[in-house]
Design a protein around this ligand. Structure first.
Ligand SMILES: Cc1cc2nc3c(=O)[nH]c(=O)nc-3n(C[C@H](O)[C@H](O)[C@H](O)COP(=O)(O)O)c2cc1C
Length: 331
């Protein structure tokens, strides 16, 4: 049998394989992006650009951490970047230079919590040559004054303003902490985005019991985080017009294959590359190739979504929340 074709399309962009390096410190320089392409990445999402006002606001909030109700996982990185002048100019240069240096798609990322100013950033990013724009819209819905409708309205307002401003594909990266995720994603889809990333990972608080202070929990995911993403990818597959990028807990080729079977168009990876090394990208594509050969699949479209909720023949399995009989075996 011939070598199977790993290529796929995401947001209308042609990718040589479905592995995208997610927004993180792994994608914050041209040198790193060139290396990622060499190591086999299908595309990259650049480190997020944060609006300066939000960073300053975060600064105050991070210093009173004990009163905080939400924190962005990447905010700590940005505390270091806060002194850098011309943060936007540097970011635009990163886009332009990366585009010159690599052939793989370069997706920019901005962090949104309000609809203000993002359209300006979006326009500049498009002009700089980004292939697509990921809106990293991540907040923990901890405000009991803000209902589901308000959160959805803010999200849709941001999408509609950005969509009106730029022509390149727009992707929304969301957190798993939303009321009624299916409905939320359907609204986002109807607002016209080309893709949804499920999910960003929140900074996790911990407690230092010796110092009696709040500390940082695990920054990186583990393979056991895969199941939550898998569940929602499978349930949303086939329901949306837009593409689905799976993110969180994908650490190896097996994780990639599972997400594709559940219906993901692409897989974003970050933690696994921090834990292992960049050679993990090649191991993932090799595992995918071997698995496709053994199942006689020639292209990803032949099996993508085969085990989504709609196609699996066992839709209830994806919605099961109690362990019941599984608990019984743990005596
Ligand atoms: C050190 C670090 C920095 C990150 N920075 C960003 C960022 O700037 N923007 C963003 O959207 N996500 C950021 N993330 C989240 C990742 O893109 C990804 O969604 C998350 O880590 C889950 O994927 P994983 O399980 O493969 O790590 C960051 C994650 C890590 C570990």
């Amino acid at each position: 049998m011939n070598i199977p074709d790993l290529s796929t399309t995401y947001l209308g962009l042609q990718l040589k394989n479905p592995i995208i390096i997610g927004s993180s410190g792994l994608t914050d320089s041209v040198e790193k992006i060139v290396k990622l392409e060499k190591m086999g990445a299908g595309a990259v999402v650049l480190k997020s650009l944060f609006e300066e006002e939000i960073i300053i606001e975060m600064d105050e909030k991070i210093h009173s951490m004990t009163n905080r109700h939400f924190v962005f996982p990447e905010s700590m990185d940005y505390m270091e970047a806060i002194d850098t002048p011309n943060i936007l100019a540097d970011y635009l240069e990163l886009i332009t230079e990366s585009k010159k240096a690599v052939a793989i798609p370069v997706i920019a990322s901005i962090n949104c919590v309000s609809s203000q100013k993002w359209t300006f950033f979006a326009k500049e990013i498009e002009k700089a040559g980004a292939d697509a724009l990921e809106l990293n819209m991540f907040f923990l819905p901890s405000d009991n004054q803000r209902g589901e409708k308000e959160i959805t309205d803010i999200t849709l307002e941001i999408i509609s303003k950005v969509k009106l401003t730029i022509q390149i594909p727009v992707v929304l990266k969301i957190s798993a902490f939303q009321t009624n995720l299916i409905r939320y994603c359907e609204y986002i889809d109807q607002a016209g985005v080309e893709g949804i990333v499920l999910f960003n990972r929140s900074w996790l608080p911990d407690i230092d019991i010796n110092q009696l202070v709040i500390s940082s929990g695990f920054v990186l995911s583990s393979p056991s985080d895969l199941g939550n993403t898998l569940r929602w990818v499978s349930m949303l597959s086939g329901r949306l017009n837009c593409n689905i990028a799976a993110s969180t807990g994908i650490h190896d080729g097996v994780g990639v294959i599972k997400q594709l079977l559940a219906g993901a168009h692409v897989c974003q990876v970050v933690s696994s590359l921090y834990i292992n090394d960049l050679a993990q990208i090649g191991k993932m594509t090799d595992d995918l190739t071997r698995w496709m050969v053994s199942h006689e699949f020639r292209s990803i479209s032949e099996f993508r979504g085969r085990l989504s909720q709609a196609n699996s023949g066992n839709p209830a399995a994806w919605e099961r929340v109690q362990f019941m009989k599984h608990f019984r075996s743990f005596v």
